[in-house]
Design a protein around this ligand. Structure first.
Ligand SMILES: Nc1ncnc2c1ncn2[C@@H]1O[C@H](COP(=O)(O)OP(=O)(O)O)[C@@H](O)[C@H]1O
Ligand SMILES: Cc1cn([C@H]2C[C@H](O)[C@@H](COP(=O)(O)OP(=O)(O)O)O2)c(=O)[nH]c1=O
Length: 210
């Protein structure tokens, strides 16, 4: 089963993701951008304030394609619980925001369309819901995406994604203390894995936090 964590920078995804490792030692923990050379190319683009937004989209998407074949699909075929800190919805929400002023007339739909033929949809997506102002404060504006006006556009895109797929997304109040957020996410996972009978396997950390 594939569960993804989504939300604005600073919403607490990585805090939850790291804490979940103790709760689910048999699960496969991964993230996007990955720690592959594709992910390294993505981080070079993130660091470049003048990066071409369309080129940057394709770097993120190349990282995703490799993530699928090298990590996600083998783990799912082995019947494992996979928890990814960020995944396709980040691309839809963030790159649609960076492409908002491009010659693409419907950037969010375009980004989704280029993924549709090859991606693997998550079974469940936990959306850590946080207002852009608090997100900007918590994230410390460490990169070009962590700016309030931009995160407001990203937040609007996430809301469009949730509205389009209400059954896949579970909204969690990320303003609550870390322990309360973790407990809520664990209850979501327990409900799902009980329902699906996901088999525990040996502990494999696919991708350590950068
Ligand atoms: N529930 C929470 N309440 C308050 N601060 C939090 C919470 N979760 C995380 N933080 C803090 O917010 C900052 C960003 O957390 P992080 O997990 O890195 O977010 P993300 O991975 O979504 O960018 C960190 O300083 C972290 O300690
Ligand atoms: C996965 C992904 C991340 N991003 C952005 C979100 C982050 O600002 C940045 C990843 O940097 P990172 O430091 O990993 O931030 P975070 O902990 O919030 O994930 O890249 C995209 O724009 N598109 C994507 O598809």
């Amino acid at each position: 089963m594939l569960l993804t964590l989504e939300g604005l920078d600073g919403s607490g995804k990585t805090t939850v993701w790291e804490a979940l490792r103790a709760s689910y030692p048999d699960a496969v923990f991964t993230r996007e951008p990955t720690d592959s050379w594709y992910g390294d190319a993505v981080y070079r683009s993130i660091a470049d304030d003048d990066a071409d937004p369309l080129a940057e989209l394709f770097l993120y998407t190349a990282d995703h394609a490799n993530h699928l074949s090298s990590t996600i699909e083998p783990a799912l075929e082995a019947g494992e619980l996979v928890v990814s800190d960020r995944y396709c919805d980040s691309r839809y929400a963030y790159q649609a925001a960076t492409l908002a002023d491009s010659r693409l007339d419907r950037p969010l739909e375009y980004v989704r369309d280029i993924h549709r033929p090859f991606t693997r949809e998550p079974d469940v997506t936990v959306y850590l819901d946080l207002d852009p102002e608090t997100a900007t404060e918590r994230s410390g504006s460490t990169n070009k995406f962590e700016q309030r006006e931009y995160l407001e556009r990203v937040s609007d895109n996430y809301e469009r994604l949730i509205e389009a797929e209400p059954d896949r997304f579970v909204r969690v109040d990320a303003t609550r203390p870390p322990a309360a957020v973790l407990t809520r996410v664990e209850s979501i996972i327990d409900d799902l894995t009980d329902d699906r009978g996901v088999e525990p396997t040996e502990d494999r950390d696919i991708d350590d936090r950068r």
